[in-house]
Ligand binder design. Structure first.
Ligand code: KIV
Ligand code: NA
Length: 277
């Protein structure tokens, strides 16, 4: 498989081939994204909650994001790696956002950055893109702003709110974003925005007519126990498989049936050595 680039993503989009995006948080998940041919591997700040157990995505530090994205990059060689700028690393100014993005590429080994917001981050997107760093935008349900949104709620349910989302989408495209995540918005709204844009939309809870789809790795594997959004489908019950494996291990150790003398143990160099010992 060839290395995915912004240009090859744009080609998929032009040919109407849906773009597959998966989040990854560490070496094994990065490896899996790569192995299964995901176009984009997103080091999402959802890792704060799903992989680190924080209460909110806003609890993760930039250093923690960098630590995880380096691990992802060691496993993921061909998918295009996008890193989520965490809360507090891009809001203040376009310069702050560019400094953070440069650090993400240098220290986090990502190929592009993503961050949340509409028109209000227009300057940030312009600045980062003009420095030659691709930007993925993210509107709709923006978890870093959950407090202001009144929780994790579907966005754009009225015509006025849907219009605001479209304006945001057009502004972000104009600023130079190469792609746009649409999270938790009604299908007709996401479909309309997708039709109006000339860059690919990546949906999560945004219906089947986006240019691509993204899921959160540990959610789609049934490995996150706190809650499950409506938009997530569990493709593999890896959580219960893991639980059963650990229970089995515990049972066998207590029963002294693991390790098996023939299968899992080492012998000495020769029968004679064993005898002497
Ligand atoms: O953090 C994340 O995983 C995300 C995706 C849901 C788009 O932002
Ligand atoms: Na995110």
């Amino acid at each position: 498989r060839k290395k995915v680039t912004v240009q090859s993503l744009q080609r998929l989009y032009k040919k109407n081939v849906p773009i597959t995006v998966m989040t990854a948080y560490d070496y094994p998940s990065g490896l899996m994204c790569d192995k299964t041919g995901m176009d984009i591997c997103l080091v999402g700040d959802s890792l704060a909650m799903t992989a680190l157990g924080y209460e909110s995505t806003n609890d993760i530090s930039f250093d923690e994001m960098l630590h995880h994205s380096r691990a992802v990059a060691r496993g993921c060689k061909n998918s295009f790696i996008v890193g989520d700028l965490p809360f507090g690393t891009y809001e203040t100014s376009a310069n702050q956002a560019l400094d953070s993005s440069i650090r993400f590429l240098r220290e986090g080994k990502v190929g592009a950055v993503k961050f949340e917001g509409g028109k209000e981050v227009f300057e940030q997107v312009c600045k980062i893109v003009s420095a030659g760093i691709p930007v993925m935008a993210h509107i709709g349900l923006t978890p870093q702003r959950a407090s202001a949104l009144g929780g994790y709620k579907v966005q754009g349910k009225t015509v006025e709110k849907a219009k605001k989302l479209l304006e945001d989408a057009l502004a972000l495209q104009e600023a130079g974003a190469f792609s746009l995540v649409l999270e938790a918005i009604p299908t007709p709204v996401a479909t309309f925005i997708t039709k109006r844009l000339t860059i690919p939309t990546i949906g999560i809870g945004a219906g089947p007519h986006c240019s691509g789809q993204v899921l959160v790795y540990l959610d789609m594997l049934g490995m996150f126990d706190r809650f499950m959004p409506k938009f997530c489908k569990v493709y593999g019950e890896v959580g219960s498989i893991t639980e059963n494996a650990l229970l089995e291990f515990k049972k066998e150790v207590i029963a002294k049936s693991f390790p098996d003398e023939k299968l899992h143990c080492y012998s000495m160099e020769s029968a004679e050595e064993a005898e002497r010992f």
